[in-house]
Each structure stands twice: as C-alpha cells, then as structure tokens.
Write a protein that binds this ligand. Sequence first.
Ligand SMILES: Nc1ncnc2c1ncn2[C@@H]1O[C@H](COP(=O)(O)OP(=O)(O)O)[C@@H](O)[C@H]1O
Ligand SMILES: [Mg+2]
Length: 408
Amino acid sequence: MSAVACFNCDFDEAKVRSAVKRLTLVNFRNYKYLRLNLDKPFIILSGENGSGKTNILEAISFLSQGRGLRGAKLSEIKTFDFLASSLPTPTFINNNGWAVSAEIEKLDETFSIGTAVESVVKEVSFNETKEVERRIVQVNNQKLPSQNELGNYLTLIWITPQMDRLFLGGAQHRRSFLDRIVYAFDVEHAKRLTSFDNLYRQWLQILKSGNINNNWLLSIEEQIAGLGVAIAAARLEQTEKLNAFMEKNPDDMFPEAILELDGTIEQMIRERPAVYVEDFYRESLFNQRRSVLYNDTGAGINKTDLKAVYKKKNVPANLCSTGEQKALLLSIMLSEARCLSLNRGVPPILLLDEIAAHLDDFKRDALLFKIKELQTQSFLTTTNLFEFMSIKESAQFFEIKENQVKEI
Ligand SMILES: Nc1ncnc2c1ncn2[C@@H]1O[C@H](COP(=O)(O)OP(=O)(O)O)[C@@H](O)[C@H]1O
Ligand SMILES: [Mg+2]
C-alpha cells in the first residue's frame, strides 16, 4: 500500500487520552454564549475569515496559564457592547465579565476547568487605589491559588499563523515559545518565571527611584540570581531532552530540528557549578545598578534566545524558506507532543490554527496521520472543510456563520 493510500484510509478509532468533552463560552469575543459538546479526536472549525474560529481556540488556550494564544489584554475579550445586543442571548446570561469553562477527560479521569475575570481593588500608592481585572481559575469549582497550577491538569500546544514568523521576529516570542515548552514538562517553571518577573520589576523600580544603595537590592539580586539559574537549568534540561528525542526519533516527513539556547547564563551552567553561576549572576546585577536603566546589556535569563537549525541542511531556521520554517515548527510541535506523552503519560491537546494553509495535500495528510497517532484531541480551523476529508470518520465538523456555530 502506498503512503498516500494509507493516510487516506481511516484506521481504527484510537482511544483519545486527553480531550475537551464540553466547552462553554460566555461573553467571549463574538460569542455571547456558546456551548459545544465534543466527542471526536479531530474538531474541525470552518468558516469565512473573521467568523470566529480563532476566538474558539483562544478561549481554550485560556484553560492554561498566561494570556492565551493571542497574548491578549483581559479587557479586549469581553463581547463588544455594540455587538452584544444583536447576538442571541439565553436569559440566564447577564452582561458581566467573560468566562470559559470546559469538561476535560484525561485518561480515566473527568474534571472541569473554569476561568473568568474578576475586578479587584489594588493599592497603587499610599493613598491611591485602582480597580483592576484579574483572571481567576478553578478546577472542579475550587479556586486555584495561581494560574500556574493549571499545568497540573491540562497541557496545550498551539500553532498559529503568527508563529510563521517565529524565527524571524524578536527574541521575546521565541523565549515565550521555549518557556511554554519547558512549562509543559515542568509546571514549576512558570512559577519561577512569575516570581522572577516580579522581583526584576521590583529591582528596576527601586533603581528608578534613584536609591542604588538600598539594602533591599542585595536581597532581591540574590533571589533573582537563584531563580534565574533554576530557570536556565530547566530550559537547558528540556531543550536537551527534546533534542535527544528528535535525534532518536527522526521524522520521515518533517525536517529534524536542533534547538540551541543563546543565553549567557544557560551557556555558563553547561560548564560551571550552579553556585558559581549564581554568584556571577548576583554580581552582574550589582554591577548593572548604575547602568541598567540606560543601557541594558548585562547577562540575564530575560535576554535568552532560542535558535533552531534545520539539521539535514545545517541552516539556521531564520534563513530557511517560509515553507521550511513552518515544517520545522510542526516538527518541533510533534516531537514535543510525543515526548510529553512519554514523559507525563498524557499527550497534550493541540490547537492548530490554519495549519493546512502552507502544506501540500500529501504533507497535510501525513501530519493528520501523525496527530492521530498521538491519541489526543486536536482543534483545527480552516476556511476549506475539504482539507480534512481524509480524517472525516474521526472528526466532528462545525461551521461558523453569523456568530453561530453549527455541527454539520
Ligand atoms: N471583544 C470582542 N467582542 C466581539 N467581537 C470581537 C471581539 N474581539 C474580536 N471580535 C471579532 O471576532 C472576529 C474575529 O474572529 P476570529 O476568531 O479571529 O476569526 P477567524 O474565523 O478568521 O479566525 C472579528 O470579526 C472581530 O471583530
Ligand atoms: Mg483566525
């Protein structure tokens, strides 16, 4: 049997090990209220541009920590008031903030995850308060102490059209991409990053106030250095793990990538004991006290970049063709998903926005076949349903039109 014929035939329904069984959106972008009952490995969302496909993926992405797959501000998400009145609204929905909830099935376990925004009054200075919105998260209706805990319940990987430029744009997006990979393997990573960011902000604030001899700075620098080294070590460990996995399990269809970390601290901990690197980091912060506000060139894990190399050609990803870059990204995504599945016993759920757009029919069907082997659920958006005919037996198709989602 040829490879093409094999991709096109539907094989036995694989048992899905991780899935969203029910998804509910309230006041979320163009959906005043949406409920989807899902029971297939592939969930295909089709509709014209601007119909609201990515909005659904974004809603699911809020079931993990962070600002979702668009990196949105919380205030952008609630349904526009001018649109709200024209949308069908069940009587039990009020016009308060937005919310997303889902019933998740993971191996033999079922639980719910919910997220919503709440307004809290925050003290901004001695006699000034301000109302700010913050995202709260719940599992089985119990509030979690922090969003970072969500990684203990659900792992998501997303690929969006914006990521086509991942290897070309600034380092910040690649660093976030890397940190999401590390977080998928090690939930503590996100907590360390949150603490690191808070401390670094405090450190800059004290320096901005002009008090460079503040004793508190020493303690902050020590904590930043300790956390920074732990963050760098986790990044190093997980990229090495992924590289080793990719080398051992080369893909026949998508090019093998080698990931490289370009960061002073990561480089140092390859060669030196952690205590030495911590001392170096602390001293480097101390030496930057006078200059960092004007010329931020010192070492730090907040400067690290992730590089990828197309292994067979030995070409850095940023010099590869657009199609090659997309293929590299997909290859990293597939390896991460497989590696996670082996390491944590559960595959991640995949959110794949317009994934088929740059792939020829053969590559697209190969990708779908590989995703199916992961025994997970994936959400795919498209403007052309026919792209997914090869998996129709394992897919649920939805059409989105005029802010309504209909199963077809
Ligand atoms: N807060 C909001 N309230 C209502 N509609 C919104 C909101 N934010 C974005 N939209 C609408 O969502 C649509 C884009 O949805 P999107 O999911 O990106 O479409 P696509 O189907 O192309 O992926 C746009 O028409 C935009 O106006
Ligand atoms: Mg879209």
